[in-house]
Design a binder for this molecule. Structure first.
Ligand code: GAR
Length: 192
């Protein structure tokens, strides 16, 4: 067991674009005494992201970055992250693709959660596509981020059985529940 004296949590940022259920879950996880991360900042490309409310609720600084110009947006983010001494990034429903030059600054330190059994169903509308293809299983994957969309090395993956009566909505809910277990487990796996 790791010694708790002198235990330093890895200073982390969470990037979101939407509801932020994974963000909320990661914040709760980060508050646990043995969690390997502390969340120092929330970054969003979307000023209307519902998940931004967790910034106030949990007293974590937030920054909203306009991505109209992708290059300058990444430059701004990099500046913020360096200033905050961030060395780990969790993408949690962040719907922008980070450039390879941005990723290079955090080699092996950016991870993402995706609601499918990667390499199946990269990109958007994963649940609708899985249902349309009459898949028997779907699930979620936490993976390292590289310059190709949803293609970095898998850290952990969890299966979910698709029921005949499942809709995109019900499947999304079932998978989100699994995501909330999988994301902290993946972080522990690589940082503990
Ligand atoms: C989650 O299902 C996450 O896996 C997915 O967006 C949702 C965000 O929900 N991410 C992607 O599709 C990334 N390609 P949340 O905002 O409630 O955490």
């Amino acid at each position: 067991m790791k010694k708790l004296i002198g235990w330093k949590k890895t200073r982390s940022a969470v990037f979101i674009s939407g509801a932020g259920s994974n963000l909320k879950n990661l914040i709760k996880f980060s508050h646990k005494i043995k969690s390997p991360i502390s969340i120092e900042i929330i970054i969003s490309n979307n000023k209307k992201a519902k998940g931004l409310k967790y910034s106030n609720q949990y007293k974590i600084k937030k920054q909203i970055i306009n991505f109209k110009n992708h290059k300058s947006a990444e430059k701004k983010i990099l500046k913020i992250l360096l200033k905050k001494k961030i060395n780990f990034i969790c993408l949690a429903g962040f719907m922008k693709i980070l450039s390879s030059s941005f990723i290079k600054n955090f080699k092996g330190k950016i991870i993402n959660i995706h609601p499918s059994l990667l390499p199946k169903y990269k990109g958007l509308n994963t649940h609708a596509r899985a249902l349309q293809n009459k898949e028997k299983f779907s699930g979620c994957t936490v993976h390292f981020v590289n310059s190709k969309l949803d293609s970095g090395q898998t850290i952990l993956q969890e299966k979910v059985k698709i029921a005949k009566k499942d809709t995109s909505f019900s499947l999304r809910r079932k998978i989100l529940k699994k995501e909330h277990k999988l994301y902290p487990a993946a972080i522990k796996k690589i940082l503990s």
